[in-house]
Design a protein. Structure first.
Length: 101
């Protein structure tokens, strides 16, 4: 899991070069495993990954999903929201949610 977290943090740092270093925290709500936060120009962006994605997918597969869904672009287009990647019946679904405080 630590390798996955480090890789995703590196991916977000490359996608948001002028932002504060991406941080992460576990989130115990539902099947949400990990939340990554990026602050760019005083605007907070978040990426949430569910337990099936973090537990069952290889890190290369997760990075491919981030690219496939253009997650950094979605994060920038939806400030103060959370971009969520979740598994749904063998497919990966990308949703935009309100931030949970």
């Amino acid at each position: 899991m630590d390798t996955k977290i480090a890789t995703i943090r590196g991916y977000l740092a490359a996608a948001f070069p002028s932002a504060e270093s991406p941080s992460h925290r576990p989130d115990l709500g539902g099947d949400l495993t990990t939340v990554f936060s990026v602050i760019e120009n005083y605007v907070r962006h978040q990426l949430g990954l569910t337990r099936p994605i973090m537990d069952d997918r290889r890190v290369e597969e997760i990075v491919r999903l981030l690219n496939q869904h253009a997650v950094p672009n979605l994060m920038r287009a939806n400030p103060e929201k959370r971009v969520m990647l979740r598994a749904d019946g063998g497919k990966t679904v990308c949703d935009i949610e309100d931030l949970r405080q």
